[in-house]
Design a protein around this ligand. Sequence first.
Ligand code: 3PG
Length: 323
Amino acid sequence: MFSKLILNQKPKENYMTKILIATDKPFAPIAVKGIRKVVEEAGFELAMLENYTIQADFISAVADDVDAVIIRSDKADKAVIDAGKSLKIIVRAGAGYDNIDLQAATEKGICAMNTPGQNSNAVAELALGMMVYHARNFFNGKSGFELKDKKLGIHAYGYVGKNVARIAHGFGMKVFAFDPFISKTEIEKEGVTAVASAEELYSTCNYISLHLPANSQTKQSINYALLSKMPAPAVLVNTARAEVIQEADLIKLFADRKDFAYLSDVEPTNKTEFEANFKGRYFFTPKKMGAQTEEANINAGIAAVRQIVNFLKNGDRTFQVNK
Ligand code: 3PG
């Protein structure tokens, strides 16, 4: 498939290799500065598209002479990929690459990558931060409760899950995890109790923190059957993706169980139903902000640009996700 890269050559001679940062939610300026430095040291050119509101802007920014794109949750869909006449690589500065049309990229011989682990501490801090915010009644002055000794279940034990475990241990929480792709030994060496199934995790823990990617196996997988196993009072924390939740089931569960709370870094599509019926039992960030820290932006942004330079100069495909 990668012989097709030859097709993606620029038509003109003496061009500079161009890297586009396309971020509707911009990186911190310090991260952009760092990315620019790497681009310039490589002898490349940097183009910026920030705070755009319509996809057509992304499509026209990528057209003709852009060799590489760095995105966050921006949608690198088929239209973007088709428009990128010189495009050779797309790097998602972050973990989840469900926003890249991998099939379209593969068909055009474009390499897609992510930057695993680079923003994971930021996301983990937000997960715990939302738990504290909720436990203290959203800081309204009324008496709340503590996280110490509460049981926390981590659903998917990747980079973010590991950081959640580390911070939760600092709070004195009892930490459990379920991940079918990671061995019990690997999980338990960090003082976390590995359980054998999602059902066991949800039956055991009052808190569940989701760290699943959104894919065909996980979409809509967090449903009534699973959530209703949680002992009361139950708190579901979602810093992963809205799509993994069966939203109609969550509403049904909220109606059936007054003890249930939902804290999410991704607004559900049925947010108005929560607002109308379940005041005080949910919190949604207005914009996805798990990775919105200078540190995470620097780590993920610089990793992304280095991966691009290594790919374009040396053919390095480490972190490629469309293999
Ligand atoms: C990720 O997948 O890395 C996170 O969801 C962060 O997304 P963001 O870069 O759009 O904030």
